[in-house]
Design a protein around this ligand. Structure first.
Ligand code: SPV
Ligand code: MG
Length: 292
């Protein structure tokens, strides 16, 4: 029987992990296959990463793609995946009007959580050495307020992401902004950092007093064990781009091997079988429809 894939909301998954004293773990993806493999591995959710979605088209993560294109990737991922997608919606694609439209569209399409960041539109990926100028805090609070007003169900979850540390403004500014974002209605905050250690995040957590769940993206401080992060007060950890990076490595190795060896014999044991592909396609169930 082929039924549409069902999935819990991000809010319920986060609450469940919190009740276990654990942090939710999410991994970046840009398509259904990535989402399905994340689910198969046991992740709690999928991050519909703007970096991955744009890189999959060899475009910069710089507000080049449109909301509709990001939405399409997030929705394809969610439709085939039994864990919730958290959509990285960058700056909300413009001003309050764009944010409102974005929430209407994402929620109607079945996405249960979005993450809005406090940079200027158009934004540039946080790891690029380029100006990472922030929107003033009150204007961003206004975006959070309209996002929360626009949602149809109580379940829809809005994460407010501050880039204060990315912009070099320090922990006190990150704290001030996150307090203001929670006052404006944010369901959680994401504190991004490109520091090589977890120190700024730890300093943030020590002063945060658990006001709302804290989400982190430990790309540049990869050695912080998820359980230690949870003990320090982190509610969700996003491994934002590791799937894409693993894919690039694997494809390069496989393509090189084919060209260098002149056959694919060496590769056969290292790549998925065609049967494995049929399995993710649920081919047997689909073929059953031919004679149903
Ligand atoms: C993404 O994965 O698109 C993110 C995280 O927003 S980062 O690339 O670190 O900005
Ligand atoms: Mg992004």
């Amino acid at each position: 029987m082929l039924k549409p894939v069902t999935y819990p909301s991000f809010r319920s998954v986060l609450a469940h992990r919190q009740s276990q004293g654990k942090a939710a773990r999410l991994v970046g993806a840009h398509d259904t296959l990535g989402g399905r493999l994340a689910q198969e591995a046991g992740f709690d959710g999928v991050w519909a990463s703007s970096l991955e979605i744009s890189a999959a088209r060899c475009l910069p993560d710089a507000s080049v793609l449109t909301m509709t294109e990001y939405l399409g990737s997030a929705v394809h991922t969610q439709r085939g995946t039994g864990i919730p997608v958290v959509a990285d919606v960058d700056t909300g694609y413009g001003n309050n009007l764009n944010v409102t439209h974005m929430v209407h569209e994402y929620e109607a399409a079945g996405i249960t959580a979005v993450c809005l960041e406090d940079k200027l539109y158009p934004k540039m990926n946080s790891f690029v050495s380029a100006p990472q100028t922030l929107l003033d805090a009150e204007t961003f609070c206004s975006k959070i307020r309209v996002a929360k007003q626009a949602q149809r169900t109580d379940d829809f979850f809005v994460i407010a992401r501050t880039e204060a540390l990315i912009d070099g403004l320090g922990v006190p500014v990150a704290l001030d902004r996150c307090h203001a974002y929670v006052d404006a209605g944010a369901d959680a905050v994401l504190v991004h950092s490109k520091d090589r250690t977890n120190e700024p995040i730890l300093a943030f957590l020590q002063q945060w007093e658990d006001r709302a769940p804290v989400v982190i993206v430990p790309t540049t401080y990869p050695d912080w064990h998820v359980d230690d992060a949870a003990k320090a007060g982190v509610s969700a950890v996003i491994y934002a781009n590791h799937g894409l990076r693993a894919t690039m490595h694997a494809l390069r190795d496989a393509y090189r091997s084919i060209l260098d060896n002149g056959t694919t014999t060496d590769l056969e044991g290292q790549i998925a079988s065609v049967g494995d592909i049929f399995a993710v396609q649920q081919l047997t169930a689909w073929r059953g429809l031919e004679t149903a």
